[in-house]
Design a protein around this ligand. Sequence first.
Ligand code: HMG
Ligand code: MG
Length: 309
Amino acid sequence: MSQALPARVRIVEVGPRDGLQNEKQLIPADTKVELIRRLAAAGLTTIETTSFVSPKWVPQMGDNAEVLTRVLAAAAPGVAYPVLTPNLKGFEAALAAGATEVAVFGAASESFSQKNINCSIAESLARFRPLTEAARAAGVKVRGYVSCVAGCPYEGAIAPQAVAEVAATLREMGCYEVSLGDTIGTGNPASIARMLEAVMRRVPVECLAGHYHDTYGLAAANIYASLQMGVAVFDASVGGLGGCPYAAGASGNVATEDVAWLLDGLGIATGIELDALVDTAAWISAELGREPASRVARALLAKRAQRCA
Ligand code: HMG
Ligand code: MG
């Protein structure tokens, strides 16, 4: 099912949410707001800003209303700032803070669904339905996520059909896009292609996004395999930040710099300014007291340092 690569790809920056949600030290809201401002200035047009989940479950996102309100007050033109909402309570809080786009998140694995959102897959979908209806009534766009599309930390390999079933239900509920999460990064180009084949029989490829974690270093290869099948939206996290609190060992999403570098090399437009993005990766990594996980960021920063020496 290999086809011409898309001319343009949209990158959904998930660093401020997926990247930061697992950080143990509480990060000041000022830092989160500044990170989002820098990402928009670097050319990212969709920036997942925070999540309206229980602060008991994910304390790092406890400042969700403050962060979203401040970000929206200084919103860059043409930039969308979606937020995660697991239920109606989260949706109502997001709406009160001014959200115009939200995302619901389900899973293709029963065990992960229980650990992550404390309910079965069927219960989660039943919860999302009134949320998507309320969103439609309020004119709020809804994105859908399916986690564990290649593997689950508790169940191992996941059947492509299970992914397709959840993706199709999210789409039928009105999600404009379904993001396919390789939560623990165990997918490879062959298993991702099998999963996409099954999903594409139920959901048009224009409505799909790849959300690949880079735990085993195959996220870029998985993106390439997905591009060949027509996927043109990918989630990524600046500096390769992240992990999932309910998936032990899950590393960050593929780094946004690595994806931008890959796509640039393939002649695919993203609208991202790589230098500004690398500066942002270096800045947030320094704020967190570490080097960027992105090999592209590290290589470009080393090259700059050599030039200045
Ligand atoms: P629960 O305990 O089953 O909820 O949690 P409940 O409805 O029984 O309510 C219990 C308490 O939580 C009540 O408060 C509710 O008011 C409160 P109490 O009476 O005890 O004081 N509550 C809330 N508070 C704030 N915001 C809310 C909310 N809902 C209930 N929205 C719940 C269910 C879904 C809330 C919980 O399990 C939760 O917050 N889970 C979040 C997990 C999470 O954020 N995981 C990481 C994101 S998913 C991810 O990273 C994967 C992804 O990146 C894709 C991929 O990589 O695969 C998207
Ligand atoms: Mg994720």
